[in-house]
Design a protein around this ligand. Structure first.
Ligand SMILES: NC(=O)c1ccc[n+]([C@@H]2O[C@H](COP(=O)([O-])OP(=O)(O)OC[C@H]3O[C@@H](n4cnc5c(N)ncnc54)[C@H](O)[C@@H]3O)[C@@H](O)[C@H]2O)c1
Length: 407
């Protein structure tokens, strides 16, 4: 059930409103088996339901706080319809104590003496590998306040055969926010390290490889680049900082994480200025618009912010992304949208790689060089081997890899 009519219409036709590998197949198979239906009517969706999942958006307010008005609206509407025992599962990412507020709202708007349980069941899937992550999770977190709710949640997830971590509701809510904030911290750590590597002539990729092979540290999310983006990390870090402040705790580390991330996005414009001197009337080929590969999600994408900055410096932008072009047209103005990475490079003064799509890894860089006006390549995701790209005759720039063996 979704209140967005256009989205529901699309789904009813068999179309999927987002790009997500494997999802069209899952939706088609379950519609065919008559296990999956789409509607805009909550009464229809809740008919015979034993569980209700709340998975609405929780966007940031201007002060960073999570906007819980969508969760509240749904809780109110569910309360009006509830007629028998139901498990109300909060799937949205929410600050600690939201479970209490959902319970109070259900009591306020629901019929008297209709029993229910509120459960917190945060979602850890990643866009781009959502189906796989959901089907084979490394853990499922369930925050409950009754034995009955725990039994119901165990039964629901039994087919996935995944480890279940059962906690109280507040701890479950905190697990999600703390996990995303910690992953963001790893990314910002790598980016702060990259800046130091640049200054002292070391190679951040080698340093993080050396660090990451220690299992206590781990290699994932320890990659320098243009920083994190998307619909989750930026808003969850801000919401966590705000929630901690409201509880009287100054979570200083996370304020620094956010600051480093903002700074990482500026790298591209600073480097281009160093390479091309003036940016006015220079043409930049931007490769990749989505905030990460295998998604068309542009929410909080570094590429979009960087393009806006380049335009304010007087640049012309040729843009290409393997799947996000349609969505990008609503986010960007005065950009030349190209059909291939080569078309974007033709006549440009530099290529700026913002998203590490496989298509770029496999690009014919010798051909790219022949199309460019000046052979400047900025690799914002450290996708390429500096020595190999430089050997093709490019002036190659990447993040924190200015060591002599590299460039
Ligand atoms: N996108 C992810 O990868 C991801 C991963 C983990 C957790 N989450 C969390 O899941 C939640 C949803 O994220 P998303 O990316 O799917 O957001 P989204 O904005 O893409 O989708 C939210 C949907 O909720 C609908 N909605 C809002 N109010 C409604 C109402 N009253 N009744 C019915 N429908 C309503 C909207 O129309 C929209 O389609 C967020 O809290 C997010 O933090 C997202």
């Amino acid at each position: 059930m979704d209140s967005d009519r256009a989205k529901v219409q699309l789904l009813k036709k068999g179309d999927i409103p987002i790009y997500e590998p494997g999802l069209p197949e899952v939706v088609a198979a379950n519609r065919k088996a008559r296990r999956l239906h789409f509607t805009t009517r909550l009464e229809e969706a809740m008919k015979n339901a034993e569980y209700v999942f709340i998975a609405v958006n929780t966007p940031p307010l201007p002060n960073g706080e999570a906007d819980l008005s969508y969760v509240e609206t749904v809780a109110r509407q569910v309360g009006h319809i509830l007629r028998r025992y139901t498990v109300i599962v909060d799937k949205s990412t929410v600050p600690v104590n939201t479970g209490d507020k959902v319970r109070q709202t259900l009591l306020l708007h629901g019929k008297k003496n209709v029993p229910f349980d509120v459960v917190s069941n945060p979602e850890f899937l990643r866009e781009g590998s959502a189906v796989q992550d959901f089907m084979k999770p490394d853990r499922i977190v369930v925050g409950v306040e009754s034995e009955k709710a725990e039994t119901m949640m165990r039964a629901l997830y039994a087919p996935l055969k995944a480890p279940l971590i059962v906690t109280d509701i507040k701890s479950a809510e905190l697990i999600k926010h703390a996990s995303n904030s910690f992953l963001a911290t790893k990314i910002s750590f790598a980016n702060a390290l990259a800046e130091l590597c640049d200054r002292v002539g070391a190679d951040v990729a080698m340093v993080t490889k050396g660090m990451g092979s220690d299992p206590r540290i781990g290699a994932s999310f320890l990659r320098a680049g243009l920083g994190y983006g998307g619909s989750c990390f930026p808003k969850d870090v801000s919401a966590f900082i705000h929630m901690a402040e409201s509880a009287g705790v100054d979570f200083k580390i996370l304020r620094a994480v956010r600051e480093v991330n903002d700074h990482a996005r500026l790298w591209a414009v600073d480097r281009l200025k160093k390479a091309l001197w003036n940016l006015r009337e220079k043409t930049i080929a931007v490769w990749g618009l989505a905030f990460k590969p295998d998604t068309d999600d542009l929410r909080n994408s570094p590429a979009i912010e960087i393009i806006h900055r380049l335009q304010s410096e007087g640049c012309f932008v040729n843009a290409y992304d393997p799947v996000a072009m349609t969505k990008a047209r609503t986010h960007l103005k005065n950009v030349r949208f190209c059909r291939t990475p080569y078309e974007a490079a033709r006549g440009a003064d530099a290529v700026l790689l913002c998203t590490e799509w496989k298509e770029f890894r496999e690009a014919d860089l010798a051909r790219v060089k022949s199309l460019l006006r000046t052979p400047v390549f900025l690799d914002g995701r450290n996708l390429f081997d500096p020595a190999a790209v430089s050997a093709l005759g490019f002036q190659y720039h990447s993040v924190g890899r200015s060591a002599p063996s590299g460039n």
